[in-house]
Structure formats: C-alpha cells, structure tokens
Design a protein around this ligand. Structure first.
Ligand code: ZN
Length: 241
C-alpha cells in the first residue's frame, strides 16, 4: 500500500507490476537502470499522461507571428509561441534557429521540455483540412464542426475518431459510414442511429453487435437479418406498420 504524492489516496503496487518494471528496465554496457515504482496513484498517472496533449478543447487566440485570429488548441497566454498552422508549415521561420546542444550530464526529459517550450507550436494538429475551423487533430477533413482525431471525414459534426465517413453526427470510432447518428464502434453502416459494435448495417436504429442487418429496430446479436423488431422476425408489411 502506497500513498499518492499528489492526492494522498492509497494505491497498491502488485508483484506483477514490479515484474513488469524489472522487465522493461534497460541495460546499457552491462548496467541495468531499474525503472522506479510509481509515486502517483493510477488516476493521477492517467491525468498526467492525458494532459500531455489536448485534443478537444479549443480557444480563441492570436497567431504570435502574424497576429491573425485563431481557434487553437492552446489558450492565449501560453509560454510557448503559437503560430497559425499555415505559417508553421511555411518557410517563414527556421526550426534550426531553436537547435540546442544536448548535455549528457542532465536528464533527457528536462532538456526535451526546455526545447518544447522554446520552439513555436502549430495552432492545431491538422493536415489538409477545409472549412473545418473548429476541429483539431484531423487530417483530410472537409466541412466538419467539432470533430476530433478523424481522417477523411466530410460534412460531419461532433464526432470523435470517425474515419472515411460522411454526413455523420455524434459518432465515436465510426468508420466507412454514411448518415450515422450517435453510433459507436461501428463500421460500414448507412443510415443508422444508435448502432453499437455493429458492421455493415443500414436503415436501422438501436442495434448492438449486429452484422449486415437492414431495416431492424432494437435488435442485438443478429446477422444478415431484415425486418426485425427486438430480435423478432416480422414480415415487411408488419415491420413497416
Ligand atoms: Zn493520486
């Protein structure tokens, strides 16, 4: 039982944890550098890991190079300079101006942090986006609003980690889909709402773990079915009624 250095709650380091730290401890020139046991509880460790990168909070600020107004993943007043992404990718500044010699007598991460604080940051992490100002951590997105960590996404709102999809809203981990609403961990779906862990389904609502179903409502664990309500097989006429 240990006490967290940050929140003082108690947590356990198990023998399995100790074996893991021993296994990943590196050896250089015959000397093993033992990874120390954690000083923070698992929740505080998770907070620290997640705070490294901000995906989903956006702030109004100005570009430190051009003065342009930006919607950025960094609030105004950050120590680091923040450049408009277009400028950041351009030759208007030279990253080599920020080079520093590595001091082998000091810890790596201390020096990495100093470098990170000196070098200008792009205002969002994104590549090839169009008309998607209020988004972050995306590539190849068009006409999207408040979508994060997505690729090849078009005409979508409020999605997280949606890829190769179009006309989607409130989706999480949805791939190769169109007209999906409030769907999670689903792929190859068309015109579905509230689909969870489902694949290749269309014109359906409230599905869980269904594959290749169409015109189904409130069904789970079905494959290749049509016109089912609560897993009960109906005729087309009954279903439509
Ligand atoms: Zn803690």
């Amino acid at each position: 039982m240990k006490s967290c250095a940050q929140c003082q709650s108690t947590y356990i380091v198990t023998d399995t944890d100790r074996q893991f730290y021993k296994r990943i401890s590196p050896t250089f020139n015959g000397k093993t550098y033992q990874i120390p046991e954690p000083t923070l509880c698992p929740e505080c460790r998770l907070q620290r890991r997640l705070s490294f990168r901000n995906d989903r909070k956006l702030f109004e600020r100005t570009c430190d190079k051009s003065g342009n107004k930006l919607i950025s993943m960094y609030p105004s007043g950050t120590k680091t300079a923040v450049y408009d992404r277009e400028i950041w990718w351009s030759d208007e500044w030279d990253p080599k101006d920020y080079g520093q010699a590595f001091d082998f007598t000091r810890p790596f991460f201390e020096q990495f942090y100093e470098l990170d604080q000196k070098v200008p940051h792009a205002h969002t992490i994104a590549f090839d986006t169009d008309n998607s100002r209020y988004t972050n951590s995306n590539a190849f997105v068009r006409n999207c609003y408040l979508c994060f960590t997505g690729n090849y996404l078009e005409d979508s709102f409020y999605c997280y980690n949606a890829e190769k999809s179009k006309d989607c809203m409130d989706c999480l981990f949805v791939y190769d889909s169109e007209l999906a609403y409030e769907s999670v961990h689903s792929s190859n779906c068309y015109n579905t709402a509230y689909a969870l862990h489902s694949k290749g389904c269309s014109d359906s609502m409230f599905l869980e773990n269904c594959t290749s179903c169409k015109n189904c409502f409130m069904c789970f664990n079905l494959n290749n079915k049509e016109y089912c309500i609560m897993n009960e097989q109906l005729t087309k006429e009954e279903y439509e009624k």
